[in-house]
Write a protein that binds this ligand. Structure first.
Ligand code: HEM
Length: 152
């Protein structure tokens, strides 16, 4: 069960990353071309929220149920001094939650501001969200790195 959920979480990162990058490009293009806000844009925003929340839900399932890492930290809190345990026990989870917070704050600000500034605010929001997510992924070669493409 743990391996299957970790496999899903690992591959779903690509869905998250591709959707942030494509939505970011879309908003930047619409900002540069001074396009009008359309109802499709609302659907893109909602679609992205759902993708991000799906990954958060899988991550929370690992964290509070299946992963041996948080359990090891609870039974031996000194492990938190180890970069590997600190990354998966604290930094990874908090950064990804911060990412969704930044996305929602940007979306909220964009909706409150005049419609002409929406694409600009959302472009910046997607760039900041992307940077947060990228900085919290266990890329290969880092001390806590994992494979880019996980196989069982
Ligand atoms: C956009 C959000 C997220 C992305 C892109 C993401 C991505 C990843 C990736 C790529 C891995 C390594 C998978 C592998 O070993 O192949 C990982 C591991 C992990 N993630 Fe996430 N994650 C996200 C959110 C979360 C959240 C919110 C939590 C918990 C609250 C979480 C908990 C974990 C845990 C515990 C592991 C390690 C499990 C283990 O090896 O025991 N993730 N995540």
């Amino acid at each position: 069960m743990f391996e299957s959920v970790l496999f899903l979480h690992s591959w779903f990162r690509w869905v998250v990353l591709i959707s942030i990058i494509s939505l970011g490009f879309k908003f930047i293009k619409s900002w540069i071309k001074n396009e009008k806000w359309s109802s499709a844009d609302n659907s893109y925003l909602n679609g992205f929220s759902q993708i991000y929340y799906t990954q958060l839900a899988i991550g929370l399932t690992l964290y509070f149920g299946l992963s041996p890492i948080p359990k090891a930290i609870i039974s031996n809190p000194d492990l938190i001094k180890d970069p590997y345990f600190f990354f998966f026990g604290i930094r990874h989870a908090l950064s990804m939650i911060l990412g969704v917070g930044v996305f929602h704050m940007g979306k909220w600000i964009a909706i409150k501001k005049p419609i002409e500034s929406r694409y600009r605010i959302l472009s910046i929001t997607m760039i900041v969200t992307l940077l947060i997510v990228i900085s919290a992924i266990p890329w290969p070669k880092l001390v806590y790195g994992r494979d880019l493409f996980r196989w069982f």
